[in-house]
Design a protein around this ligand. Structure first.
Ligand SMILES: *Cc1c(COP(=O)(O)O)cnc(C)c1O
Length: 430
């Protein structure tokens, strides 16, 4: 089914995320996935701790998601969105408008998270053009992550994303110090000083603030204080600057709230969602905004919003997203995420005692072990697979974000594997 020559072909010809073609680390062939388990070509089952990067929240091969896909496929798999609409797009956008903050009424369907971020930034640029101003600078946070396309990359953490490589190519935006106050810490007003100073100095040129609410994901898996986000909202209101919330990772329950902005009781002017939108089945994302922003964009010199991907509103992706959101609306996610959080607090937090560990943090269905030394990726990945778990660490971070339907015994196995991994010095770079 999957031969040595397939593995060899993959090694020699296929790029995986952030890999070298010179000496790529081994890839593990997965041939099936069911619930919270991945099946390797040799028949071994791995407990999935990653939800395929935040996406597969309901687990793999979900009968209702499959049925929604099959039903849509029997009608049509795709049709262009220019001048045409279809039932699954309308049903999906209705649900998105219903589930997100009331002011967010207008939906743009994008193909991936990065595109949703590009779209949000273009919306902000065109909004100012609609108001007769040219504003092209964005204010964001260090340690942020917003995707791999150019505009998205320009607002990612300058060090993690190696802005020095792209000097002169990427536009230069403003970066406030990453929030230092953790989610559960006592709020310290000074944490907001740097952001507030940048806002005061530069608000005339700012098109928008863009940030990940509460959880900074790929830039460091950091959970910051809700008060920080409240201050950002207040500051944007005071200076009349748009706020873009990138909830591509945090959206749809992962942090214990449907959207992470709810921890701070705020609503953005523009919201990006993606990743879990289709329950991990197909690539789809969306950018929502207010009527006022949408109307102002539409009054800009272009007369319309200047974006329209070929596969915009793909019916298969929309249909499966409708079903994924229906599963969320039935409400089981709240107990599932709360149960995962409770178990992670009981079982993962004690790993703080390990000498390898700098910090352990838990929020919703996310558990993060930050180590003192960077991980030896190949060795650690191999170890985890040998333990029957799929955990993909990076840098100094070993983290879990399992499907919401994971069983307590399986979650325990994930945590125990991390505990065991910490005991081997060879799993870390010195
Ligand atoms: C993953 C991610 C993106 C990019 O989404 P892709 O679908 O990978 O393009 C953007 N923002 C955040 C916060 C993300 O976690």
């Amino acid at each position: 089914m999957f031969t040595q020559s397939d593995i060899e072909f993959d090694r020699q010809h296929i790029w995986h995320p952030y890999t070298s073609m010179l000496d790529p680390l081994p890839c593990y062939p997965v041939v099936a996935a069911q619930g919270y388990q991945l099946q390797l070509a040799d028949g071994r089952q791995l407990v999935d701790g990653m939800s395929s990067w935040w996406a597969a929240i309901h687990g793999y091969n979900h009968p209702r998601l499959n049925q929604a896909l099959q039903q849509q496929m029997s009608q049509m798999s795709h049709v262009m969105f220019g001048g045409i609409t279809h039932p699954s797009a309308v049903a999906l956008c209705r649900k998105l408008v219903e589930m997100t903050p009331a002011a967010l009424e207008c939906v743009f369907l994008a193909d991936s998270g990065s595109v949703a971020v590009e779209v949000s930034m273009k919306m902000a640029l065109q909004y100012w053009l609609g108001r007769g101003e040219t504003r092209q600078t964005f204010l964001t946070l260090k340690r942020g992550y917003h995707g791999d396309t150019s505009a998205a990359m320009s607002v990612c953490d300058p060090d993690n994303s190696m802005h020095s490589l792209w000097r002169g190519y990427l536009p230069e935006h403003l970066f406030a110090a990453a929030p230092a106050c953790g989610f559960d810490d006592i709020w310290d007003e000074r944490d907001f000083d740097d952001f507030s100073r940048l806002m005061e100095q530069h608000h005339h040129q700012l098109a928008a603030v863009i940030l990940e609410p509460i959880v900074q994901g790929a830039g460091g898996m950091r959970f910051y204080h809700p008060r920080y986000l409240q201050r950002v909202r207040e500051c944007c209101d005071r200076y009349g600057v748009l706020l873009i919330a990138d909830e591509i990772a945090t959206g749809f329950g992962r942090t214990g709230k449907l959207f992470a902005c709810e921890h701070a009781g705020i609503a953005p002017d523009i919201l990006c969602v993606g990743k879990a939108l289709t329950g991990g089945t197909l690539t789809l994302a969306a950018t929502l905004t207010t009527r006022e922003v949408a109307d102002t964009i539409s009054r800009s010199p272009a007369g319309c919003f200047m974006h329209g991907p070929t596969f915009m509103g793909n019916p298969l992706a929309c249909a499966v997203a409708v079903e994924s959101l229906a599963l969320l609306q039935e409400g089981d996610w709240q107990t599932q995420v709360a149960t995962i959080e409770q178990q992670l607090r009981e079982q993962l937090l004690p790993l703080r005692a390990s000498p390898q560990v700098a910090e352990v943090r838990v929020l919703g269905a996310i558990g993060v072990v930050e180590t003192h030394s960077p991980v030896n990726m190949a060795a650690l990945q191999h170890f985890f697979v040998s333990q029957g778990v799929w955990i993909r660490p990076f840098g100094r971070l070993i983290y879990l974000m399992p499907p919401y339907i994971i069983a307590p015994a399986a979650l325990k196995k994930l945590v125990q594997s991390i505990g065991a991994a910490l005991e081997h010095p060879l799993h870390f770079k010195s």
